[in-house]
Design a protein around this ligand. Structure first.
Ligand SMILES: Nc1nc2c(ncn2[C@@H]2O[C@H](COP(=O)(O)OP(=O)(O)OP(=O)(O)O)[C@@H](O)[C@H]2O)c(=O)[nH]1
Ligand SMILES: [Mg+2]
Length: 377
């Protein structure tokens, strides 16, 4: 065995945060992933890198940008990446699967994420990207940056989950304060990322199959995600139904989605009997060609807090806001009488077992709107 062989093996996942949002996402990653994820922050903005707790940081565009942002210029972002390409290559070598997280719309995220993914692929590394597309209210320039970046990634054959922030925002009331809107989106995105990493870092058969996960990450279409919680493993089925309801996808969209990833986080792992009905429901509403993946993760939370994350990949793209579904906010304590929506809490949808679902005497577990396509938005 030579010296090189004695090194500790690389963590199975290399998570790259690109641009300001990407770097902040790294910092929010739950500590439970510390040993299985190598984090790398890539940004041109020195302030963002200095503030980040991520141990490995690469400054893009040291010469051309001197530590500042790109000012939303995608071409500058691409050039900045070219300047640090050698450092990136060095950091990538020997990696496990590479996940690139970037908020598209700005200059670095949109300009550097595509060449980073391409470089990783050239090095023979499996690559997945987790991307957000900007809110419509951020303007046309950011929309164009995002569109061009998505086109570049698609052309390079990169598998990605691409979340429309507008679509996510459609789920919360218009009266929600702006900062809370971003925060709400971040919670869903963080949960999606954690679900993906959980799946990748759990041994088969409960995860770890990169090729199957790639089936959910589509080189086209949109991703949608939802997080719900319940207080007993017997309620996982109801939670999954609630999650599906809140996704706001109509039956045709669900059938044509590329795939779904369900992640259950609980202090005590659920039994097959508790999990299977939920998977059966998903299996029935997804199409024959859709991938259905699930994983379970032990969490240090109280026994009565079971979290269910559902991520759908490759759904049909929709313009603008998704239709709102009425939300009932689940609160640990009484909500304040006035002020902000308790967006920091997890959500419960309108669906419950008491909703009318009796049509045709079949598929009784599926909410009415899923069966009848009423929610075509
Ligand atoms: N959900 C969420 N999205 C964000 C947040 N900050 C930025 N974004 C989204 O990410 C996009 C890119 O923003 P940044 O990451 O700040 O941009 P950047 O890649 O650093 O680009 P430049 O600073 O222009 O070089 C924005 O257009 C938003 O759509 C946030 O805190 N939460
Ligand atoms: Mg920036």
């Amino acid at each position: 065995m030579n010296k090189k062989d004695k090194r500790a093996p690389a963590p199975p996942v290399a998570l790259w945060g690109v641009g300001d949002w990407g770097v902040r996402t790294l910092d929010r990653l739950p500590t439970v992933f510390e040993e299985t994820v190598k984090k790398v922050a890539l940004n041109s903005d020195l302030q963002s890198l200095v503030l980040s707790s991520t141990p490995v940081k690469i400054t893009a565009g040291e010469k051309s940008l001197s530590g500042s942002g790109t000012g939303g210029d995608r071409v500058r972002g691409e050039k900045a990446f070219a300047e640090c390409r050698a450092a990136v290559r060095k950091e990538l070598s020997g990696s496990g699967i590479v996940i690139v997280a970037a908020g598209l719309g700005g200059g670095i995220g949109s300009g550097a994420a595509p060449p980073l993914c391409r470089l990783a692929a050239e090095l023979g590394l499996p690559v997945l990207a987790l991307l957000t597309r900007p809110f419509e209210f951020e303007g046309k320039k950011r929309a164009a940056n995002s569109r061009e970046a998505v086109e570049a990634l698609t052309a390079a054959g990169v598998s990605y989950l691409s979340f429309s922030l507008d679509r996510m925002l459609g789920r919360i009331e218009e009266s929600a304060p702006c900062d809370r809107a971003f925060e709400y989106c971040d919670r869903l995105l963080d949960a999606s990322l954690a679900a993906v990493i959980s799946y990748l870092t759990v041994s088969p058969p409960l995860g770890g199959d990169q090729a199957r996960l790639r089936n959910v990450f589509a080189p086209e279409g949109e991703s949608v995600a939802i997080t719900v919680q319940c207080d007993h493993p017997d309620k996982i089925l109801a939670s999954v139904k609630s999650a599906v309801t809140q996704l706001g996808l109509n039956p045709a969209e669900l059938k044509s989605a590329r795939g779904a990833l369900l992640c259950v986080r609980a202090a005590r792992l659920p039994t097959i009997a508790q999990l299977r009905p939920a998977l059966d429901v998903l299996s029935r509403i997804l199409g024959e060609q859709s991938e259905l993946l699930f994983t379970v993760r032990q969490s240090s939370e109280p026994e009565d807090r079971i979290r269910v994350d559902l991520v759908i990949g490759g759904a049909e793209a929709r313009a603008g806001r998704a239709p709102s579904v009425p939300l009932v906010f689940e609160t640990g304590s009484l909500p304040p009488r006035q002020g902000k929506l308790p967006i920091g809490q997890e959500y419960r949808g309108a669906f419950s077992d008491t909703n009318p679902t009796l049509v045709d005497g079949e598929d009784l577990d599926i909410p009415t709107f899923i069966r009848e396509g009423l929610n075509t938005g």
